[in-house]
Write a protein that binds this ligand. Sequence first.
Ligand code: FAS
Ligand code: PHB
Length: 395
Amino acid sequence: MGAVRTQVGIVGAGPAGLLLSQLLHNAGIDSVVLERHSRAYVEGRIRAGVLEQSTVDLLTDAGVGERLHREGLVHGGIEIALDGRRHRIDMKALTGGSCVTVYGQTQIQKDLFERRLADNAKIVFEAAPVSLHDVESDRPSLRYLRDGAEHRVDCDFIAGCDGFHGICRASIPADRLELFERVYPFAWLGILADTRPVSDELIYTSSARGFALFSMRSTRVSRLYIQCTPDEDLNEWPDDRIWTELQRRLGAEASAGMETGPSTDKSITPMRSFVAEPMRWGNLFLAGDAAHIVPPTGAKGLNLAVADVRVLAEAFDAFYRAGRRDGLDAYSATCLNRVWKAQRFSWWMTSLLHRFPDRSAFDGRVQRAELDYVLGSAAGQQALAENYTGLPFAG
Ligand code: FAS
Ligand code: PHB
């Protein structure tokens, strides 16, 4: 069996694993990244699109922000459409200057891979299956198969950045792991299209037919979602039907002049809220979707993964630089404080804007009253704005 020695063994080359590897490299800390898929597969996944300012700042400080600043679209507001009318929420004014940047997760993956490989990072693609060993000892290790040969990575720490369907979470004893979950009775059908976005900023749409989101990846590429049933059959949704439904949910006047065209990607994203506590077990540290999932309505998933990695990289740096363990010992509580605030906001945005199939008449009136309150209240909009653009980091 081939064996290598490193300081931090990272499982998963998504945004969490790759950014952690980059931050550690910049701090002079060695890591090895094990990824089950190919680079092309990882780069090809269409996922998040909205970055908090703190995410932009961290990517910039990490040395992977050059194209992000050149191509990212900075937005000072979002719109909420209701009954065919569009209401702009001026987040920049309401938060004293905070904005978000629209830049696809696909591009972040490409920027991170390019930088990591330019720095001769040790990333093993198509490493499967990966297994974790002795995570409670001070000599944990990872094992994996590649080209029929077994390999071992001896390390000080393991970072579980392998997403919701990964294996790392299962290394925490089931009787010590507390899971919190809410599965929503709907999903999002999402398309990409090479069409001019209907608006300069995102439009979150609440309608009697269900939720719709008008987002983008550039001034020439639209990213669009409609609420659908969790078991929706994509074959029953040709492009024309999707475009018609988008226009019906936004309303004729608000969608006037909407450019339509063939989709270049079509997928269904299930909707759940999920948290696993604790995020640390011995020398295993979970980060990103491996530890938590939010419904994408609040655009928090990717931003939470980056926030976890920021805390973890600082903790590893303090350990290797000064022998301090306080950051490592506080890691789970520090991350969960932010995770639960993002969970609350994502649940609130989802509850505010989606049509729940089992809702009572009372539920419907309360949901409408909540929407009318937010759209008519500076305080209500300020609360939305400060959560959407990203809460400040404690300390
Ligand atoms: P990721 O899942 O991105 O990465 C985990 C990596 O680990 C993957 O590359 C995987 O191949 C690898 N891996 C898994 N198991 C492994 C194993 N056993 N061994 C080795 N490697 C393994 N967020 C938003 O904010 N807005 C959105 O619109 C949005 N849309 C989404 C759509 C979909 C379909 C999904 C699944 C998620 C979406 N998200 C969205 C959330 C998403 O952006 C995540 O928050 C983000 O990818 C989290 O990054 P990671 O934690 O790195 O996990
Ligand atoms: C996206 O552009 O993919 C996107 C934007 C905002 C969200 C969810 C997804 O809340």
